[in-house]
Design a protein around this ligand. Structure first.
Ligand SMILES: [Zn+2]
Length: 270
């Protein structure tokens, strides 16, 4: 198929999906624009296998956010944004993928760029699954850096359930990747994508526990990612982390880590 036709079809598909997601309340208006752009590049330049991985991430994570929205309502204010994703969240999760799709068509090692994309998608999917499912754990989380018990929903806190959810989220991307991009090294590919996804999501937790900006609401006596106002309307003040390291930047770093680990293992093993 001619290049421009493929690109056009990719953008049409991405914009249609973004419209449906906006109507369903999964994306804000700015989020839908960002999804149309990143999705168009990934579909149009990468083709079917790339589209499958992006959709596996987008559909499974949107479904999880919705499925557990009610049960987690008491925790909702801990997270800086609701289940409706805006442009910052979309670029944090899919921005690296769009850049890799551009790199893919120019690269002399397309297989390596594909694995970087699969690793990045595995990491953001692992992170979303562990965030959505980990807070349902009956056992209180422990901070990834020092093992101290922390309140449920605290940035950087991990649970065994959350780690298993991360592995399952990464495995979904890994399985889709080896099914739709057949290779004689499929088993190695599957394992390094899962490992990249898991380490990317754990890196997200390390950043959450150390450099991510975390705020305090004096009215509710609670830690929150919300700034400048808490859900109750009270201005929040920063208690830890660096002011410029927000949740979107941490998620972007998570996707970079997933790509680096997967490609690094590929260079060592294959
Ligand atoms: Zn408050």
């Amino acid at each position: 198929m001619p290049f421009l036709i493929r690109l056009l079809i990719g953008f049409i598909f991405a914009i249609l999906i973004a419209l449906v997601a906006w109507r369903a309340g999964s994306l804000s208006v700015s989020g839908a624009w960002a999804a149309g752009l990143t999705g168009g590049l990934i579909f149009g330049l990468g083709g079917i296998p790339w589209a499958i991985l992006l959709l596996a991430f987008f559909i499974s994570s949107s479904a999880l956010s919705r499925a557990f929205a009610k049960r987690k309502s008491s925790l909702a204010d801990k997270f800086s944004k609701g289940s409706q994703r805006d442009w910052g969240q979309v670029l944090a999760n899919g921005g690296l993928g769009a850049l890799l799709a551009v790199g893919y068509i120019f690269s002399s090692h397309p297989e390596g760029v594909w694995l970087a994309f699969a690793g990045a998608m595995a990491a953001v999917n692992a992170d979303t699954w562990s965030t959505e499912l980990g807070v349902l754990s009956q056992i209180p989380p422990r901070l990834i850096t020092n093992g101290r018990k922390v309140e449920r929903g605290t940035s950087g806190g991990i649970t065994l359930l959350g780690v298993f959810a991360a592995i399952a989220g990464a495995a979904l991307i890994g399985i889709a990747a080896v099914l739709f991009y057949p290779s004689q090294h499929w088993l190695s590919f599957l394992l390094i994508i899962i490992l990249g996804g898991l380490l990317g999501s754990l890196f997200d937790s390390v950043l959450g526990a150390t450099v991510q900006a975390i705020y305090w609401c004096p009215t509710c006596n609670k830690e929150t990612e919300r700034y400048p106002l808490h859900t109750c309307g009270t201005p929040t003040r920063q208690v830890r982390g660096l002011s410029w390291v927000n949740n979107d930047l941490v998620n972007f770093a998570c996707s970079i880590m997933g790509a680096i680990v997967t490609v690094g293992l590929w260079l060592i093993l294959v």
